[in-house]
Design a protein around this ligand. Sequence first.
Ligand code: 13P
Length: 302
Amino acid sequence: MTSIITRIQELKKEREAIILAHNYQIPEVQDIADYVGDSLGLAQTAFSRTDTKVIVFCGVHFMAETTAILCPGKVVLMPDIHAGCPLANMITPRELKELKKQYPDTVVVTYINSSAAIKAQSDYCCTSSNAVKVVKTIPEGKRIIFIPDQHLGDYVRSQTGREMILWRGYCPTHRRIRPENIQQKKKLYPKAKVVVHPECTSSVIALSDKVASTCGILKYCQDYQDKEFIIGTEIGILHRLKKENPDKTFIAAGDLADCPNMKLNTLEKIMWALEDMESRVSVPDDIASLAIRSIQRMLSIT
Ligand code: 13P
């Protein structure tokens, strides 16, 4: 393991590369990264790092694609090109075209968990940390199509009171967190605060004390003086929570909330990505030039 870490550090210098990792990555990958964060933080960091030529993106495909759109002059590498996002694959460009035809004169707000081709057909992009804020900037009375996550859309609707047409997509990992799991954990830890991601179902959200993005969850648990937290999101986040708050107890709401795609990246694959400069992620210019408008609109609001 030590020799792989040393080799990665050498290659990073040689290639002028940085490693970005999502909060759901395996502990070793999080620990070697230059920045670990949520989708918004990762996009902002990729955009602002002008001092690097190569970005090794440890997350899932739509995140690397967003980075490629924001950083056209940089090489974006994925350690495992098969790390996809089932939620992002739940709407196709053709389906979105049909939806827009069915509901003309609507504003399309698209969760960042979507392909570049979908973002290219959208008015606004959003992440779990700014979806409410983005929707609030849209003039009252304008009808909104929110894609592809029905649960995040439902949560945003509840927070804004806006009329929204929701697509039926969902994250299979967050769906595996059931209200019964929270109730059982609450019996074992009655004083614990329940903190969940907005990709959870509304029946899980109804049992929570706080709803937030992965970085929002980290911040809440750090700031809050309580000592016990039941965490309703992908279990990879427990590594940072425990590392940054050694005096607190974190309990996974659902032990099955383990995203197999996020876990495809390993130290060995990072090393090979930097050795071979593969797998490169790029977006065709015609799609990137349209998709960037919705992403930049989001970044300017945030
Ligand atoms: P965050 O932006 O909250 O990190 O969420 C990303 C994601 O894909 C959740 O499943």
